[in-house]
Structures are given as structure tokens and as C-alpha cells.
Design a protein around this ligand. Structure first.
Ligand SMILES: [Fe+2]
Length: 176
């Protein structure tokens, strides 16, 4: 049981706006024609901060209260601050962070390397090898905040692993 009030409206609005700062990142600093650049993470990490003024402007124009805007902008700014990067996370921030990670698990986690690979004309076998060797970051300790999120993520990771296993078995099949 949660012992603090949760604003679903703040979580939902922040979930829509949390990545809006990605529109301001310099894509040329993240991707080269062949894949990610050396400094990609540094540029990528800027998107929460970039999102704050954009979210602020949108919510102000929509007529939301100052308090509401501040709370949503706080979530936008810190949605990527995982683990102990910040202390005393509000329940809304914990929910947003966990949902953000869980969205990349399961079938989404399985299909993403193929989508990414196709962007850079990577051979499918490269994406398969990536899936076989990498463990979804959600499975790392300290990534998720809430116990319920760990249960949801575990189910999704199981599905992801099952898909990888079945695909690997088919690839090793003599019929191929
Ligand atoms: Fe993000």
C-alpha cells in the first residue's frame, strides 16, 4: 500500500511530455551513417533538460496552474535519473521512470534491435547476436523503483528471453 497521494493526471501528462526534449538533441552527435557515435550518450543525456522549457511552454499555453506545471516539469527533468542519482523520488517520478523502462521490455525489447539495425543496414544476424549477448537493462539491480514494476518487468523479460531462445533454436536448425 502507498502511504502518499498519487496524482494520476501528473503522471499521465508527464508520460506524454517526458521525451519531448528529444526534438532538441543534435542527432548528428548521436548517429553516424554506420551507427552510434562515440559521444552519443552525452548528447542523449541532455534530452530531459531540453524537455523542461518545451513542456513548460505547452502547459502554460494550455492554462495549467503553476504548481501543476512545476510538478510535471520536475518529472520531465528527472525521468532519466535512475537508481540513486536523485534522492527522495516522488511516487509520480518512480511510476514514470519504471513505466519508461518497462515499455522497452518484452516484445518491444525483442523487436527494437531489428528496427535499430535496419536503420543502419545492419545484417539481421547482427541484431540476433546482440539479442543473444545483451541482457535488457531493466534486469539490472536498482533500475526499477517499485516492487510491482519488478513483477511486471520479470514477466516481460521472460517473454523476451523465450522469443530469443525460440529464434535461436530455429536459426540453429538444419533446415535453414
Ligand atoms: Fe527519455
Amino acid at each position: 500500500m502507498l502511504d502518499q497521494e498519487v496524482s494520476i493526471e501528473i503522471v499521465l501528462v508527464a508520460s506524454i511530455l517526458h521525451d519531448i526534449g528529444k526534438t532538441k538533441i543534435d542527432v548528428s552527435k548521436i548517429f553516424s551513417p554506420t551507427g552510434k557515435t562515440f559521444g552519443s550518450l552525452k548528447e542523449w543525456k541532455k534530452h530531459p533538460e531540453f524537455g523542461v522549457p518545451i513542456a513548460h511552454k505547452i502547459l502554460t499555453e494550455m492554462g495549467h496552474s503553476k504548481e501543476f506545471i512545476e510538478k510535471v516539469c520536475h518529472l520531465v527533468e528527472y525521468h532519466d535519473a535512475r537508481g540513486d542519482e536523485i534522492k527522495n523520488k516522488s511516487i509520480e517520478l518512480q511510476v514514470l521512470q519504471d513505466a519508461d523502462l518497462i515499455a522497452d521490455c518484452g516484445f518491444a525489447g525483442f523487436i527494437r534491435p531489428f528496427l535499430y539495425g535496419s536503420k543502419f543496414s545492419r545484417q539481421i544476424i547482427g541484431s540476433i547476436k546482440y539479442l543473444q549477448s545483451e541482457i535488457n537493462r531493466v534486469a539490472q539491480d536498482g533500475m526499477l523503483n517499485l516492487e510491482v514494476s519488478k513483477i511486471i518487468a520479470e514477466r516481460k523479460i521472460e517473454l523476451e528471453q523465450k522469443l530469443i531462445k525460440e529464434m535461436s533454436q530455429d536459426i540453429n536448425c538444419d533446415l535453414l
